[in-house]
Design a protein around this ligand. Sequence first.
Ligand code: PEP
Ligand code: MG
Length: 594
Amino acid sequence: MSFQVFGIPVSRGVAIGRAVLVASSRVDVAHYFVASAQVEGEIQRAYRARDVVAREFETLKQDLRGDTPQELAALLDVHLMLLHDEALIGAATQWIVERHYNAEWALSAQLEVLARQFDEMEDDYLRERKADLEQVVERILSALAREQGLNPADAASVVQRDFAGEDPLLLVAADIAPADMMQFKRSVFHGFITDIGGKTSHTAIVARSMDIPAVVGTREASRLIRQDDWIIIDGDAGTVIVNPSPIMLEEYRFRQRQSELERARLARLRHTPAVTLDGERIELHANIELPLDALGAIEAGATGVGLFRSEFLFMNRDGELPGEDEQFAAYRAAVEAMQGMPVTIRTVDVGADKPLDRMSASELRHEHVLNPAMGLRAIRWSLAEPSMFRQQLRAIYRASAFGKVRLLIPMVAHLHEVRQILEAVKKVQQQLNDAGHAYSHVDLGVMIEIPAAAVMLPLLLRHVDFVSIGTNDLIQYTLAIDRADEAVAHLYDPWHPAVLQLLASSIGQARAAGKSVSVCGEMAGDPAFTDLLLGMGLRSFSMHPSQIPSVKQRVLRADAARLASFMPEIMGSEDPRLEAEQAFARNKPARTLQ
Ligand code: PEP
Ligand code: MG
């Protein structure tokens, strides 16, 4: 039966394919395809791991002492029975044969199927056996981890050729932590659906950076959708259609083709400079999470990196943070990839929905009684860890010997923070001089993300070279809306007059002070806001590389001076969105797109 699930659209486009349900606790399980020639070997891996666990259980059983409670022996028998049940390993190998999943993925996929069946059982005793099954699978997964498997990176390259033409796969999960989402970059999935999350939650941001359709905040998609269901993700509307009818499939396939054609058309703008009709040159920079993303930035025609979210280098490291040399290598790689164009490296912004350790949003909600968004986040964390902070600054400064580097500090709210940062920079420069490390001039910028920073901007501008407005957080803190919480997502409003006032005044004040200002929050990459931001005087935008072509198209069609003339009406309106729509509709292009 066909039905729909509604959520929040976070990444545009249509994806049609089979659902792959992944439990939040298992998103770190490797997901890759094995080539045809490796299918048999992968099945053997699964059986070998099963046999290893069986031997472990047998040994445990033999070692039970006479005074051990009967229940323990019975429990081991249950585990052994589950282990040998063909509904587990036998059915999992079907995923390997039919879908070419690696053994770990096949087992997790089968676990999801069986877990559903257990959930639906009437009998309490049987229903509770789901936990036993999970423990058994956990053991097999760790046995597999101990055995040398195929390197996923190698597998991916083999499989592109070997496994082309299969049904696209769409990932469905209750919740995926931002760091876990990173492992799905360049992965086998063509779309994402999660139960939790808001439009600018970091999980959504990473999904958007992958440029594949995604819907978050569906609340119950992972409960309603079953493993292998056919689904359509409508990333524009935020809907998911489960088991679509043939007519629906046809309609969405048509839309999919249309949007591919549109993308191909926009891609032709890659080498066109972003200049408005009245001759204003606009910088379109890229937001990146990893050094490798810089290649995508170049490909999309970015003229620099406006935001390198360095925290992704620090997450899921099991307590072992990257040292100076490792960071230096990462920053240098990004800087060299950008071939002389500026790279804005933001110091680590952990905390809130980006914990250092693997923790999903739902775990965070239960773990933290206090509000992590208001806690020891970003620069607050860095200043609380001064040697870590200086280590990062040294790595960033050392990378400046290889290209143009700008240093960006997140979540600044106090002048004393800026003074501490300047002190740290001075000390780091001294350390680098003493150690004989080369570095060049590095511009210092702060992010305007907290209303306090926007309000006191003239004071901040005395100390910094540039500012970058993080609208994701600026909106969150201005409206007191947790950006990761789907329950208040309807109140997250970039068009709110208070947000617009802070944005316009920040852009205006920075320009008046002769300091460069950009927007690197999600508003910058949404073409619905391009005219507005140009009208406010913004000349530098930073966004996911995939968003550059459509924003560039808006820039090429815009008359910046005319847009600016509409600003008083828009800013004074009780409904700025409507006012802007009407005003901009009057700003018809005088020149058509080349
Ligand atoms: C922002 O807050 O707008 C921003 C760009 O930073 P992040 O999304 O990483 O918090
Ligand atoms: Mg931010």
